[in-house]
Design a binder for this molecule. Structure first.
Ligand code: SF4
Length: 383
């Protein structure tokens, strides 16, 4: 059976550790360790990546090229037909006038009701049981209904005039959704990363080639990750297997850094700048402290996000848009509890409770302004 191995490279320490594991296997077994097919290395550039991470992926690709003759392929949502191209925007423009000229009613499920719905979705019910459980949940739901009035014609025209591809996948996806992703609707990962990578794998699966996907996930990252399995496999109708392989599942963050050190590889410099996540700039799941460091170090990125929020607001029915979702940052009641980037950065500079400017934070900012920026590793890299 033909097998193709794929490695996803994000520019972070875990995928770099997986890259090292693959090279270790190649050193010991040669291509025989990969079913005699050279493994393929994929990274997704969604246009919202930190430029330092893109440079780091470039560095890893050059290192790989020198060592094995292979390199990292860059995937983009722009390569997937119908995802962010003119056809996708034309579909959206065609639907928008009709959708926005009607009143929109939507239930906002909260608290216990939300938890009941999540429990139903998590339970492995057969279709009949699922339909029954959902019907019971709907009958018991008394959550408030949100009513959005029809949108005035001038705002519809304004949105239609701006609904054209920018060729920046993250921005285009947000414009097509009329909003930025949220904690529960994280379409950014799916549509700007997973789908473009799957687009490279799908033709092989369709030809009956089995694929093994090496993934840099570790159990100690979160309770949800700990529930996953080191190896998962599913069979496609044509007989091809799709295997998810997590070679560093039982490792700690320190183990991940250590293998790169053994191979003499540099770490992503963002780890020494106070970032625990090094992908998007900035990730929607950013922590308060990281948000503060990001804004301090990358003011041009804050300007870019502010401009993106303006563009997405122009094509949003709510006429407002903010990158960071409500549970991450306390925001304005008139924007579903979300805060635009400037408000979020302001909040990140406050102490616990979000009201008082912390004296230490002020001092930190002053030191950064006066003495240049300092090393802030979350992983003790500078110790
Ligand atoms: S914003 Fe965060 S969750 Fe979304 S794709 Fe980027 S890194 Fe992933």
């Amino acid at each position: 059976m033909t097998v193709q191995h794929f490695l996803s490279i994000s520019g972070g320490k875990d995928s770099q550790a997986v890259l090292c594991k693959a090279i270790e296997r190649m050193d010991h077994k040669g291509l025989a360790g990969f079913g005699n097919m050279p493994p393929r290395f994929l990274a997704a550039d969604n246009g919202h990546e930190n430029p330092i991470t893109l440079e780091h992926i470039d560095y890893l690709s050059s290192w790989l090229q020198q060592r094995t003759g292979l390199s990292i392929e860059i995937c983009s949502a722009n390569d997937v037909p119908g995802l962010t191209d003119e056809a996708a925007f034309a579909r959206k423009r065609a639907m928008l006038r009709e959708e926005w000229s009607k009143e929109k009613r939507r239930k906002r499920h909260r608290g216990e009701c939300s938890r009941r719905r999540e429990a139903i979705n998590r339970a492995k019910l057969d279709p009949a049981e699922l339909a029954e459980a959902k019907a019971a949940w709907r009958a018991a739901c008394d959550c408030p209904v949100m009513v959005s009035p029809p949108v005035p014609d001038d705002l519809i025209e304004q949105a239609l005039a701006h609904l054209y591809p920018t060729r920046i996948p993250f921005l285009d996806i947000a414009m097509l959704h009329g909003r930025f992703p949220g904690t529960k609707t994280r379409f950014c990962t799916d549509e700007t990363k997973l789908v473009p990578m799957m687009h490279r794998k799908q033709p092989l699966l369709a030809e009956g080639v089995s694929i093994v996907e090496w993934i840099g996930e570790r159990a100690d990252e979160s309770a949800a990750r700990a529930k996953k399995l080191p190896i998962q496999s599913k069979r496609h109708p044509n007989g091809a297997r799709q295997v998810l392989y997590r070679p560093i599942f039982r490792w700690t963050a320190a183990d991940a850094f250590a293998i790169s050190d053994r191979f003499g590889l540099r770490h992503n410099p963002l780890y020494t700048m106070g970032m625990s996540r090094v992908g998007c700039s900035t990730c929607i799941m950013v922590k308060k402290r990281e948000l503060r460091m990001w804004a301090m170090r990358f003011p041009a990125e804050v300007d870019r996000v502010r401009e993106w929020e303006r563009l997405v607001a122009l094509v949003s029915r709510r006429t407002a848009a903010s990158l960071l979702p409500a549970p991450m940052v306390p925001g304005a009641a008139d924007d579903h509890g979300r805060a635009v980037i400037d408000k979020a950065v302001e909040w990140s500079r406050t102490g616990k409770g979000g009201r008082n400017y912390d004296l230490l934070i002020e001092l930190e900012q002053r030191q950064a302004d006066e003495d240049g920026l300092f090393c802030e590793s979350e992983y003790g890299l500078c110790e």
